[in-house]
Design a protein around this ligand. Structure first.
Ligand code: 3PG
Length: 306
């Protein structure tokens, strides 16, 4: 079978080598499409692919239609808002992600951004320490848990809100379950977002929540830019010059934000949460193993469109 690795943002070389080794050991071949700039390049590359590994690359209905042999697509990572699951299902294509594999890299970045913002983005001037501050984690999944663990080790008190995770699970980790999202925002110096982009969450973080943050509050977004209501974010930053917003990756209105608000905001130019060799290796190799197991044994663990 032919496995296409289509990554506009390429994996580290070690991850690609690992994918090739797993494919070869299972009798499959690998085709690489890296750093592509045009959709047409992807459409041409999928024409003879039986399987596909992607990162945030968009696997749309058009891509699926251009891939007549495609049987499985694996998003090497957690968020799968880039996959058209309905189009996959309609064609009988199995879609998977690799949950948890790049979580540590994203959690480390969240902590790094917290310190970066507390120290004036490493510019001269008096900053503040994160030890002793209160952190609220919105969504207690693989990334949220790791952020909690690391933040506790750095001396922060941690609370979390997640309607899908039992309170006892958080308490086991020494994390206080938040009574409500509103209360968490009003009581935390930092809020770290770890929600996926879904119809329910898109544009769900806006004026009402952010403006509840205490003086000097900092909202961290290493999830998806789409979960922020950008117009309302601009309004909060205008009304509350003490509040900071830091994001991986830049919102659509980033130019306006940096012109109007300077160091009140910071955004990475390209999503870099999972940009570590370790995360690439973990997620890329997991994706290759999942494809090999699907072809050899029909294994559908991690299938998203069951
Ligand atoms: C994810 O959802 O796994 C992360 O956002 C990483 O995305 P990336 O592979 O495009 O860096």
């Amino acid at each position: 079978m032919k496995i296409l690795v289509a990554t506009e943002k390429p994996f580290a070389a070690a991850a690609v080598n690992g994918i090739k080794e797993i494919a070869a050991a299972s009798g499959h071949e690998v085709a690489l499409l890296e750093k592509y700039t045009e959709k047409e390049q992807l459409l041409a590359a999928v024409a003879d692919a039986d399987a596909m590994i992607v990162r945030s690359d968009k696997v749309t209905a058009e891509v699926i239609a251009a891939a007549p042999k495609l049987k499985i697509v694996v998003r090497a990572g957690a968020g799968y808002d880039n996959l058209d699951l309905a189009a996959c299902t309609e064609r009988g294509i199995v879609a998977m992600n690799t949950p948890g594999q790049n979580a540590n890299a994203v959690a480390e970045l969240a902590l790094a951004l917290m310190i970066f913002m507390s120290r004036n983005q490493f510019n001269p001037g008096t900053g503040s320490e994160i030890s002793g501050k209160r952190l609220g984690i919105q969504a207690y999944g693989n990334v949220g848990r790791l952020v909690a663990e690391k933040a506790k080790a750095l001396g922060l008190s941690v609370t979390a809100f997640d309607p899908f995770v039992p309170a006892e699970r958080m308490q086991e980790d020494g994390v206080v379950p938040a009574e409500s999202l509103e209360k968490m925002y009003s009581e935390c110096d930092f809020i770290s977002l770890h929600i996926p982009a879904t119809p329910q969450t898109i544009a769900s973080i806006g004026y009402d929540l952010i403006s509840r943050m205490p003086k000097g509050g900092c909202l961290l977004n290493t999830a998806r830019k789409e979960v922020i209501n950008e117009a309302e974010l601009v309004k909060v930053l205008e009304d509350r010059p003490d509040i900071k917003y830091v994001a991986d990756v830049a919102p659509a209105c980033q130019q306006e934000l940096s012109e109007k608000f300077g160091r009140q905001v910071f955004a990475t130019p390209k999503k870099m949460g999972a940009e570590t060799a370790e995360a690439n290796i973990n997620a890329g190799i997991a994706a290759a193993r999942q494809i090999a197991a699907y072809f050899s044994a029909g294994c559908t663990k991690f299938q998203l469109n069951k």
